[in-house]
Write a protein that binds this ligand. Structure first.
Ligand code: PLP
Length: 369
């Protein structure tokens, strides 16, 4: 379930924050690139993209060729940037034929793009991707000569942007992000010295955009902030978007000492009224997210918590008719049992799970209301 008013509220807040430094840069506003990868962060790729466009977003980004093509097939004509680089010719050709902005991050990418441009007799639009210390796509920041060499040979390719990606933007300490930022800027300067067009510059994802005003450059790539599900404390008034809804399918009474769930993970302590809900981990319930795995002690804490959860589902609740109901026993792939002793709950009542839409199986219907 996706609440349209809440989503509009978040879009408004993000635009307002982006406008804060809109006037610094030659009176050109800060461009928001909305990232809609991963089935639109679980909000439904096409429907979510349409919603963003209807609310003033005019630039989207995706992580796979499939997503890019699905958007075009559904009739979306806005600018789309493919964030991942590829030197698979068939994919590059499909992207170019559908007017998707491709990313160039290696000599091979440039060679393939050149040959596709020639084959289709079409000008290609691309962004240069720089790997500033993440070990994924992009020209390595410490191999500037190689980068320049590759980009000197562009034929019929128009560079409209240059970008990089942070690996640790959500971390409270900013040392590594600053280092990545400096590496990125150094690369941009080298490109400029060599008369290679760089277009708009962008490096910030949601966390960096919100935290580091000085790193926003010409554009920011915002994903999770639209959902109000940040890896940093939400001090921006963003609302949490999306929840999973099911219904109570059965109600039963179990006597004292009755086992519930796989591995007999729970035993009733007294007569217990339970509700069965056809929703489990295959649907996305109890997928833990947003962990800070960088401190040893946190890592340990999470492992311990996982083990505890595994046996007891200790702190898991389902909300039925607005009432918090404790999950009993281990969650099944498609089912949970929860304690409704003493509660006036009936079959078909609404059961709400607070999970990130990102982890909700894409086969489950998304409803905007
Ligand atoms: C996913 C992604 C983003 C958006 O990240 P959020 O933290 O969700 O805002 C931005 N840039 C790239 C390259 C990404 O892969």
């Amino acid at each position: 379930m996706i609440n349209k008013e809440d989503l509009k509220h978040n879009i408004k807040i993000i635009k307002k924050i982006a406008d804060e430094n809109g006037r610094n840069d030659n009176h050109k506003g800060l461009q928001i690139i909305a990232v809609v990868k991963g089935n639109g962060y679980g909000l439904g790729l096409v429907e979510y993209s349409r919603f963003l466009i209807d609310n003033g977003i005019n630039f989207l980004a995706v992580a796979t060729t499939e997503e890019a093509l699905r958007l075009r097939k559904s009739g979306i004509t806005t600018k789309i940037l493919m964030l991942s680089c590829t030197s698979i010719e068939k994919e590059v050709q499909e992207l170019v034929e559908n007017n998707i902005i491709i990313s160039l991050g290696s000599k091979e990418d440039v060679d393939i793009a050149n040959s596709v441009a020639k084959k289709l007799n079409k000008k290609i639009e691309a962004h240069i991707k720089i790997d500033s210390g993440f070990g994924r796509y992009g020209f390595c920041y410490n191999e500037k000569e190689k980068m320049v060499q590759a980009l000197m040979s562009l034929q019929n390719i128009n560079i409209s942007g240059t970008f990089s990606h942070f690996s640790l933007a959500f971390y409270e300490k900013d040392k590594y992000s600053k280092q990545q930022f400096d590496r990125f800027i150094d690369c941009v300067e080298v490109l400029k010295e060599n008369n290679i067009e760089t277009g708009i510059l962008h490096i910030c994802n949601s966390s960096a955009f919100l935290k580091y005003k000085e790193m926003r450059l010409n554009a920011v790539r915002v994903g999770s902030a639209f959902l109000g599900r940040l890896a940093i404390p939400n001090i921006y008034g963003l609302k949490k978007i999306g929840y999973l809804k099911s219904n109570v399918s059965e109600i039963k009474y179990l006597g004292k000492g009755y086992n519930i769930g796989y591995s007999n993970s729970y035993t009733t302590k007294e007569e217990t009224k339970i509700a069965l809900i056809p929703c489990g981990y295959a649907d996305g319930f109890n997928v833990i997210v947003d962990r800070d795995m960088f401190r040893k002690r946190d890592r340990l804490r999470y492992i311990v918590r996982d083990i505890k959860d595994y046996f007891k589902n200790k702190n898991l609740y389902v909300e039925i008719n607005g009432e918090k109901c404790k999950v009993l026993g281990r969650i099944g792939m498609f089912h949970v049992s929860c304690d409704i002793t003493g509660k006036n709950i009936k079959v078909k009542d609404e059961a709400i799970f607070n999970v990130s839409p990102m982890y909700v199986d894409s086969s489950i219907r998304r409803e905007y209301r």
